[in-house]
Design a protein around this ligand. Structure first.
Ligand code: MN
Ligand code: MN
Length: 324
């Protein structure tokens, strides 16, 4: 028996295609494991897509993302950050949702994240559809509303779907603002595009002070300028980062239910996550990866590569104590 360590299994010791796949080849520590108290960042799967209004499949996301994440190495060669040497990271397993009930799934997810947060762990979630962010925010924002940097083609701020349905992946942040989980003046949504039903979501955003940065503005200003504004909006307070893979152009990320053309390429998709440095990240997610539409597996690989960039910034944040 070798001594327990929170280090990922290196591809120099065991080939990347071998072994039981956990997120980034980290140890699996479930919520009943006595070592849970040592974990500082927990990678969590939320295999649930009961909020999906269009093409489904993100319930299969965590399993595919875990498999793809075995390709991730331990050093960020651009920033020199080695997240797993800075702090203890672990795969906390999956939230067990109820595929037959939206309400029960939301309750189960919040109960799971309450335990994670109580253990002092910062969660990095692999969805799941975007409705998963709502029950996570219900836990993360228990101590007060948080800011949010949100990458997406869509605002997910709609009032309701199908004649009054309150809980879909098109409505999570409307609910989160109504419930006081988000401080709308510290929320920025980046990459918004596509055809629309109406402008009701945008009008709501304007009325409460959410900053929407449409894709036209993103492309004309460039990544650096947009991210510096995003960081200014989020400020130094507690901030959640939500990353819908459909933010990325479907040429690079076709494996998602509601693609919109004209988006950022895969390089820009990594850059925006890398530029979250200095943000007080209290939780983050990567949602809407749909393996049934991801024939090459490239969408999932991009998803975990973005997760690694977010994780590096989260690790720096935990290490330097700027997370609170
Ligand atoms: Mn979304
Ligand atoms: Mn979207």
């Amino acid at each position: 028996m070798t001594e327990f360590s929170f280090q990922p299994v290196s591809g120099l010791e065991l080939p990347r295609f071998a072994g039981v796949p956990t997120f980034m080849r980290l140890p699996h520590i479930d919520l009943d494991n006595p070592r849970l108290t040592e974990v500082q960042i927990g990678l969590i799967g939320a295999p649930w897509d009961g909020g999906t209004t269009n093409r489904p499949g993100p319930r299969h996301g965590p399993r595919q993302l875990r498999d793809s994440s075995t390709m991730i190495r331990a050093l960020n060669a651009v920033t020199s950050v080695k997240p797993f040497e800075l702090i203890n990271c672990a795969d906390l397993g999956d939230v067990g949702p109820n595929p037959a009930s939206v309400d029960d799934s939301l309750a189960r997810m919040t109960a799971f994240y309450d335990r994670v947060l109580e253990a002092g762990i910062v969660p990095l979630t692999a969805g799941g559809d975007h409705l998963c962010s709502l029950p996570i925010l219900r836990s993360v924002a228990r101590s007060g509303p948080v800011g949010m940097i949100h990458f997406d083609s869509h605002t997910d701020l709609y009032k309701s779907y199908f004649g009054g349905m309150q809980y879909t992946h098109g409505t999570p942040f409307r609910r989160a603002i109504e419930e006081g989980l988000l401080d709308p003046k510290r929320v920025v949504q980046i990459g918004i595009r596509g055809t629309a039903y109406d402008m009701e979501d945008r009008e709501f955003a304007k009325s409460v002070g959410v900053r929407v940065i449409p894709i036209e503005e993103f492309h004309s200003r460039g990544v650096e300028d947009v991210m510096s504004e995003a960081k200014e909006i989020a400020g130094t307070g507690r901030t959640y980062v939500s990353y819908d893979i459909d933010f990325v152009d479907p040429a690079f990320a076709p494996g998602t239910g509601t693609p919109e053309v004209g988006g950022p390429n895969s390089f820009q998709a990594l850059q925006v996550a890398r530029m979250l440095d200095g943000v007080n990240i209290v939780g983050a997610d990567m949602v809407e990866v749909s393996p049934p539409f991801d024939q090459s597996g490239g969408t999932a690989f991009l998803g975990v590569s973005i997760m690694f960039e977010m994780l590096c910034n989260m690790a720096m944040c935990v290490k330097t104590g700027t997370a609170s």
